[in-house]
Write a protein that binds this ligand. Structure first.
Ligand code: SF4
Length: 396
């Protein structure tokens, strides 16, 4: 019998999975979107399937680099290269985002190249939180819904949007339950497996996604995947979709138990209020969920989330990553390094290219880091701790 985690991994490694294919065959429209600030609920309430854009199965950055500069990150160059290859020809529309300036340029390049579907919407999310930003963002959400209504000749009713809010809340609650299992004791699900699941459930109809997460949840109790001497790691990064990269880290003795990833905690952290105006509740949810460094006044929120993970998930150490040329995550990693000195938690900073190889060098650095953290645990406790025993090295 095929293991559910193997099936999920297979689904995550391609642009389309059987659930998406079945929905397309039934006549459903699929709308691609970039970034965790675009509300999937609005696309769903219009009767369409939101599809989180990714560069899986990419064939390099050569084509994307014709339009982009070589000092743009490899996520945007890979994704755009795939668009030029026609890999996203099944999409009926695309929502671009000002997540960062590299991503924002995707909108321009897509238009210059004249590729892809006719519906191309530029979604603009504020770069700060606060009351003024909330008002502005609520307007943006209404404008986004109006843009879909005008282009496709559909109506997004308030009731339909409320139903979508409830459905996506359910999906987020289930994902949160899955993370609960990693809070203590043996680690029952790998970080790489969760990344696969996130990739899979962000490219299929929401009801199928919910059923799939339930199946995974049912397979988790009693499962143990961490090694006896594994350290417990928190990982943070922006555009990360390479499951093989996380497998490499895990094979070095680092059990990933918590994260701040787009395709991780940021996807399900904070649910939308199911009462009241759904645009206002979605604006609050998307503006205030666990942030990434594009939010200029939210470093404290990310730091509080990390500190909480030390106690809730018994985290021993942090791995913070960025893609080359990503200034947003570069700035955040600098701040995290300062915090690690003040609060005495071990941190490893990694820089990589999306699907860029360099595995040997990464392995050497992670192995050395894991050894260093193990020695720290040993010197503080006099014993090598089994993964999940709940020891913290942060000195708090
Ligand atoms: S990795 Fe950084 S530069 Fe690239 S799209 Fe993500 S946030 Fe933007």
């Amino acid at each position: 019998m095929t293991d559910i985690f193997d099936s999920v991994k297979k689904m995550a490694s391609v642009d389309r999975n059987p659930y998406l294919d079945a929905a397309i065959a039934d006549g459903s429209k699929v709308i691609g979107y970039f970034c965790s600030y675009v509300p999937e609920e609005i696309i769903h309430a219009a009767g369409m399937i939101p599809y989180r854009m990714r560069a899986v199965d990419n064939r390099g950055t050569d084509r994307g680099s014709v339009y982009y500069s070589a000092i743009n990150c490899s996520f945007v160059r890979s994704c755009f290269g795939k668009a030029l290859e026609g890999d996203f020809s099944f999409l009926d529309g695309i929502v671009f985002s000002n997540g960062c300036d590299h991503l924002r340029r995707m909108y321009d390049n897509w238009r210059y190249a004249g590729t892809g579907p006719r519906f191309r919407h530029m979604f603009v999310a504020p770069h700060i939180t606060g009351d003024t930003a909330l008002v502005r963002f609520t307007d943006e959400l209404r404008g986004f819904a109006g843009s879909i209504e005008n282009h496709y000749g559909v109506k997004i009713s308030v009731d339909a949007l409320k139903d979508s809010v409830r459905l996506y809340n359910e999906k987020r609650r289930l994902l949160a339950q899955l993370y609960e299992y990693r809070k203590s004791g043996e680690v029952p699900v790998r970080g790489s497996e969760l990344l696969s699941l996130m990739l899979a459930v962000t490219m299929m109809p929401a009801v199928d996604a919910i059923n799939l997460i339930r199946d995974v949840l049912a397979a988790v109790p009693g499962r143990a995947v961490s090694g006896k001497d594994d350290i417990r790691v928190y990982i943070s990064s922006g555009c990360m979709e390479e499951t093989a990269h996380l497998e490499l880290i895990e094979s070095c003795g680092a059990a990933i138990v918590a994260d701040n990833l787009c395709l991780g905690s940021r996807h399900f952290d904070t649910i939308a209020d199911e009462e009241g105006d759904p645009y206002e509740s979605l604006a609050r949810r998307y503006l205030r969920h666990l942030s990434c460094p594009r939010m200029m006044n939210s470093f404290k929120q990310r730091l509080d989330f990390l500190e909480n993970a030390f106690s809730e998930y018994a985290v021993d150490a942090v791995i913070a990553e960025k893609l080359k040329f990503c200034d947003l995550w570069g700035g955040d990693m600098y701040l995290m390094k300062q915090e690690s000195r003040k609060k005495r938690f071990p941190i490893l900073l990694l820089e990589r290219e999306l699907y860029g190889g360099g595995d040997g060098q990464i392995r050497t650095r992670v192995q050395a880091f894991v050894e260093q953290v193990r020695n720290k645990i040993y010197s503080e406790t006099g014993m090598v701790r089994a993964a999940g025993a709940g020891y913290r090295t942060s000195g708090k």
